[in-house]
Design a protein. Structure first.
Length: 60
C-alpha cells in the first residue's frame, strides 16, 4: 500500500491525471490522497534540512 500511495502522490504532484483517475488506478480513497498532498506540501521545505524534520513536522 505504501508504494501505491507514493506513486499516487507523485502522480498528483506532477498533474499526470485527474484525481479520480489516480485514486482508481491505485485503489485508494480520494480523501487520503488529498490529505497526503496537504501534509507533503506543508512539510516540503524541511526535506532540504533534515535536522529540523522531527522538530518542525506540521500535522495538517
Amino acid at each position: 500500500m505504501v508504494a501505491d500511495g507514493n506513486n499516487a502522490l507523485n502522480a498528483t504532484l506532477q498533474n499526470e491525471s485527474t484525481l479520480a483517475q489516480i485514486v482508481s488506478k491505485h485503489n485508494i480513497l480520494p480523501q487520503n490522497l488529498v490529505n497526503w498532498k496537504k501534509i507533503f506540501l506543508a512539510n516540503a521545505e524541511i526535506a532540504m534540512e533534515p535536522s529540523k524534520a522531527v522538530k518542525e513536522y506540521k500535522e495538517v
